[in-house]
Design a protein around this ligand. Structure first.
Ligand SMILES: NC(=O)c1ccc[n+]([C@@H]2O[C@H](COP(=O)([O-])OP(=O)(O)OC[C@H]3O[C@@H](n4cnc5c(N)ncnc54)[C@H](OP(=O)(O)O)[C@@H]3O)[C@@H](O)[C@H]2O)c1
Length: 234
C-alpha cells in the first residue's frame, strides 16, 4: 500500500527590486547606478525584519539567482541576518565562495521551489500547541532579490504575492530588465483575482513595519520612491 504525504503550501514570496522607469535593473553584472545608501539600508531592514506581530523566533530568507550572488561583494555575502538561497541549474556542483566561516546558512537549489522546500523542512514552524525549542528558528518572510531571470521564474509561481518596488526617476544604461506585465500598472486600482494592484502608502508601511517609507526621496541627484504591489486574492 502506498502512502502519500501532503506537502505544506509554499511560503508566499515578496519580490524586492529597484528599477529605472523603463524597468532596467542591471548592467554588466552589477547595478547600473551608484549605490543608493538609503535604499540599500531600507533593503537590509526590510529583508531582516521579523513579520510584525510574530510570537515565535523567525529568520527571513533571501532567494537569488547565481549571477546576483556573484554580483555581491565577497565581503557582503552571504547577506547577514538572513538565510541565503542561491538558485542555479548546477546547484549540486555550485561553489559558493564567500561562505567560509559564515554563520549564515547558504542553500544552493536547482529551482526556487526546491529552495523553498529545503527552507520549510529545515526551519519548520512549531505546531500551535508546541513550545518552540530554544535556539531553533522558524522560517519568516521570504524575499526574492533578483536578478531578472529569478524574478521571472518567481512571477510564474502561484505563491508570488507582492513586489516592493523602488522606482528611480531617471534612466541609466541597462542590459537586464524586470519582466513586463506587473509594474506597468499606472492608474490601475486593482482588479480580479490574480491581478496586480498598487497598495496605499499606509498599507505598505504596515506590511513593511516602519513609517516614512512612502513619498519621494532624494539622494544626490537621484530621486526615487518605494511602492508596494500585491496580487489580488492571495
Ligand atoms: N536593481 C535590482 O534591484 C537588482 C536586483 C538583483 C540583481 N540585479 C542585477 O541583475 C543582474 C543579474 O540578473 P540576471 O537575470 O542576469 O541573473 P540572475 O537572475 O541573478 O541569475 C541567473 C542565473 O540563475 C540561475 N537560474 C535562472 N533561472 C533559473 C531556473 N528557472 N532554474 C534554475 N536556475 C535558474 C542560472 O544559474 P546557472 O547559470 O548557475 O545555472 C542563471 O544563470 C545583475 O546586473 C545584478 O546587478 C539588480
Amino acid at each position: 500500500m502506498s502512502t502519500t504525504t501532503s506537502m505544506p503550501p509554499l511560503p508566499t514570496l515578496t519580490l524586492i527590486v529597484a528599477t529605472t522607469p523603463s524597468l532596467g535593473i542591471g548592467l554588466r553584472g552589477t547595478l547600473p547606478w551608484s549605490p543608493l545608501k538609503a535604499d540599500l539600508a531600507f533593503f537590509a531592514r526590510v529583508t531582516k525584519r521579523a513579520p510584525p506581530g510574530s510570537t515565535i523566533k523567525t529568520k527571513n530568507a533571501v532567494v537569488m539567482g547565481r549571477k546576483t550572488w556573484e554580483s555581491l561583494p565577497p565581503k557582503a555575502r552571504p547577506l547577514k541576518g538572513r538565510m541565503n538561497v542561491v538558485v542555479s541549474r548546477n546547484a549540486q556542483t555550485l561553489q559558493l565562495p564567500g561562505n567560509e566561516g559564515s554563520q549564515e546558512p547558504v542553500i544552493a537549489a536547482g529551482s526556487i521551489e526546491e529552495g523553498l522546500r529545503i527552507l520549510q523542512d529545515t526551519y519548520p514552524a512549531p505546531e500551535p500547541e508546541e513550545e518552540q525549542e530554544k535556539d531553533k528558528l522558524a522560517l519568516g518572510r521570504v524575499f526574492v532579490i533578483g536578478g531578472a531571470e529569478i524574478y521571472k521564474a518567481a512571477l510564474e509561481m502561484e505563491c508570488c504575492a507582492r513586489v516592493l518596488w523602488t522606482r528611480l526617476r531617471g534612466e541609466w544604461e541597462c542590459d537586464v530588465h524586470f519582466p513586463k506585465g506587473v509594474l506597468d500598472i499606472e492608474g490601475k486600482e486593482g482588479g480580479g483575482e490574480g491581478e496586480w494592484a498598487e497598495r496605499s502608502i499606509g498599507e505598505m508601511e504596515k506590511w513593511v513595519g516602519e513609517d516614512g517609507v512612502g513619498g519621494l526621496k532624494k539622494e544626490g541627484e537621484v530621486e526615487f520612491e518605494v511602492m508596494m504591489l500585491e496580487k489580488e486574492g492571495i
